[in-house]
Design a protein around this ligand. Structure first.
Ligand code: ADP
Ligand code: GMZ
Length: 479
C-alpha cells in the first residue's frame, strides 16, 4: 500500500492560510477583567488550509505547485518562509492581492489548551483582475500535473470560474481532480473524480445522516449523484467511507492511537491520498494510506505535517503489508491481507480456475466476480494440478506466467496458488465472503459452496461469454 512508484507532480489550488500559534502559560486571572493572563512564551507560523495540504504532500515526497491568493503583507512573507522549509513546493503561482489580507488564524495557547482563536480574513470573491490572474495560474499549474487537488474553505478562491477552469484543464490533460469541498451542494464539482467531505460537509450537502456505515454509504451515494464522481467521507473517529460509482463501498476504521488535535487531519488525509494517486496506486489503497496518515496527524498538536518516514513507521507498526495490487502470495500471507481487508470492512470475493490462455470470457467472468464485492482474489491451479485435471500438454503457460497475467488485470487484487484438485482447503482457510463461479456450474456443484454458506457467506454464479475457451484456443493453435 505504500506507493511503489515515485509520486508525480501535484497541484493544490485553494484557500491558503497562515496558522499562527502564540503559546505561553497562564497562572492568574487579570485584575482588570475576568480573563486569563498569558505570559508570552513562543510564537510560530505554520502553513494552514490549502497551504497545509501542500506542505503535507511535499513532506510525503511530491513536488507541489500551490495556487491561491495571499495579500501583500507581512503574513504572506511569513507564509512563504514557512513553506520554504518544505522542499518541493513551487510558490511562483501564488497570486498576491493588495486588496485583501493573507488569511491568518491566530491561536493563543496555554500549553496544549487553546484559549482563543483570532481570525483575520476576507471571504469575498476576488475582483476581475485577480480572478484573471488566478485562472491563468490554474491553467499553467495544471499543465504537467499528475493530480489536481482543490482545497476549498469557502474563502473565495474556488469560485465557479476557478473550479471550472481547473476541472477543464485537468480533463484536457487526463488527470484526476480531488476536491475537499465546502459548498452546500457538489454540483460545481461535476467532472471531478473524487470529493472528500467530512461529516458536516456531507450532511450540509445531502441532509442525510452518516451515523452507521450503511447510512454513510447512502449519503455518499446521494452526494455522488450531485457531481457524478466517487465520494470519500472522512468521518472523524469513525474513519472513512469510500463510495465508488457502480456501488462498491469501502469502510476503513480510524487507526489513531492517541488524539491530541484533530485540526488539519482532513488536509493530511487529502495530501496522502493525492500523493498515492499520483504514484499510480488504486483508489482503495490510497484511502488506506490517507487514513493511516490522518491517524498520525491527530496525534500531533496544532496544524502539522506527516512525513513519509512517519507514515511508513505507522504502517509498519500497524502491520500493514506493502502488497502491490495483483501480487501472488503464499496462503498464510494472503490470510493476513484478508484479515486486514476485513478489518477495513471490505467484502472479499474468491474465484478459482486454471486460466491457462487468458481470453475475453475469462476477463468478463473476473470483472463480474469483482463486482460481487470489494476485493477479488483469484486462486490458480498449480501446474501439477492443471496437468492432473486436463492431461499431458497442459497447462500451456506455467503457473508463474499465469499468475503474472492474472495479477495484471485491474479487477484482480490478489493471486494465490493451490496444488490440490479443488480449492476447498484454501476456501476453508481464507473464508471469503463471496464465492464466484461461472454459470456453467449449478450451486450444488460448486466446491466449497456449503462451507462458505455455513459461515454466512454466499455463492454467486456469473454468466459466461459463449464460444470462448482455452481448450478451443489450444485446438485452433494445433491447426
Ligand atoms: N477523533 C478522531 N479519532 C481518530 N481519528 C480521527 C479523529 N478525528 C479525525 N480522525 C482521522 O482524520 C480523518 C479526517 O478527519 P475529519 O475530522 O473527518 O476531517 P476534517 O479534518 O476535514 O474535518 C478521519 O477520517 C480519521 O481518519
Ligand atoms: O474554516 P475556518 O475555520 O475558517 O478555517 C480553517 C481552520 O479552521 C483550520 O482548518 C484546518 O483544517 P480542518 O478544518 O481541521 O480540516 C486546517 O486547514 C488549518 O490549517 C486551518 O487553520
Amino acid at each position: 500500500m505504500v506507493p511503489e512508484g515515485a509520486p508525480g507532480p501535484i497541484v493544490v489550488i485553494g484557500d491558503v492560510m497562515v496558522d499562527r500559534y502564540i503559546t505561553g502559560s497562564v497562572s492568574r486571572i487579570s485584575p482588570e477583567a475576568p480573563v486569563p493572563v498569558l505570559v508570552h512564551g513562543d510564537e510560530r507560523i505554520v502553513p494552514g488550509g490549502a497551504a497545509n495540504v501542500a506542505a503535507n504532500a511535499a513532506a510525503l515526497g511530491a513536488r507541489v505547485t500551490l495556487v491561491g491568493l495571499v495579500g501583500r503583507d507581512r503574513e504572506a512573507d511569513l507564509l512563504n518562509a514557512a513553506l520554504a522549509a518544505h522542499p518541493g513546493i513551487v510558490l511562483d503561482l501564488l497570486v498576491r492581492d493588495p486588496g485583501r489580507p493573507t488569511i491568518t488564524k491566530t491561536r493563543v495557547m496555554s500549553g496544549r489548551q487553546q484559549i482563543v482563536r483570532i481570525d483575520a480574513e476576507t471571504v469575498a470573491p476576488p475582483g476581475p483582475q485577480m480572478l484573471e490572474a488566478l485562472i491563468g495560474a490554474v491553467a499553467e499549474a495544471v499543465r504537467g500535473a499528475r493530480v489536481v487537488v482543490l482545497s476549498d474553505y469557502a474563502k473565495g478562491v474556488l469560485s465557479d470560474n476557478v473550479i471550472a477552469a481547473a476541472i477543464a484543464a485537468a480533463q484536457a490533460a487526463g488527470v484526476p481532480v480531488v476536491v475537499d469541498p465546502k459548498r452546500r451542494t457538489f454540483e460545481a464539482y461535476r467532472g471531478a473524480s473524487l470529493v472528500t467531505p467530512n461529516r458536516s460537509e456531507l450532511a450540509a450537502a445531502t441532509g442525510l445522516p452518516d451515523t452507521t456505515d450503511a447510512e454513510a454509504a447512502r449519503a455518499a451515494e446521494a452526494a455522488s449523484a450531485q457531481f457524478g464522481g466517487d465520494v470519500l467521507v472522512t468521518r472523524a473517529e469513525k474513519g472513512m467511507t469510500l463510495w465508488r460509482r457502480g456501488g462498491r463501498v469501502l469502510h476503513v476504521p480510524a487507526k489513531a492511537r492517541e488524539v491530541f488535535d484533530v485540526s488539519g487531519a482532513g488536509d493530511t488525509a487529502l495530501a496522502a491520498l493525492a500523493v498515492a494517486l499520483s504514484a499510480g496506486q488504486p483508489l482503495e489503497a490510497c484511502v488506506h494510506l490517507a487514513n493511516a496518515a490522518a491517524a498520525v496527524a491527530v496525534g500531533k498538536l496544532g496544524t502539522a505535517v506527516v512525513t513519509r518516514a512517519e507514515l511508513l513507521a505507522a504502517l509498519e507498526e500497524a502491520g500493514t503489508p506493502g502488497i502491490p495490487p495483483g501480487a501472488l502470495l503464499e496462503t498464510d500471507e494472503a490470510a493476513r491481507v484478508f484479515a486486514e481487508w476485513r478489518a477495513a470492512g471490505a467484502r472479499v470475493v474468491f474465484t478459482n480456475g486454471c486460466f491457462d490462455l487468458m481470453h475475453p470470457g475469462h476477463v468478463a467472468l473476473l470483472e463480474a466476480a469483482a463486482r460481487e464485492g470489494d476485493r477479488l482474489v483469484v486462486a490458480l491451479n498449480t501446474d501439477a494440478s492443471v496437468k492432473r485435471l486436463k492431461g499431458e500438454g497442459r497447462p500451456v503457460q506455467d503457473e508463474a506466467a499465469r499468475a503474472r497475467v492474472m495479477g495484471a488485470l485491474r479487477c484482480v487484487d490478489l493471486v494465490v496458488l493451490f496444488d490440490e484438485d479443488t480449492p476447498l482447503r484454501l476456501i476453508e482457510t481464507l473464508k471469503p465472503d463471496v464465492l464466484v463461479k461461472g454459470a456453467d456450474y449449478r450451486e450444488d456443484q460448486v466446491v466449497g459452496a456449503d462451507v462458505v454458506k455455513a459461515y454466512g457467506g454466499r455463492v454467486a454464479l456469473v454468466p459466461l461469454v459463449a464460444g470462448r475457451s482455452t481448450s478451443a484456443l489450444v485446438a485452433k493453435a494445433k491447426g
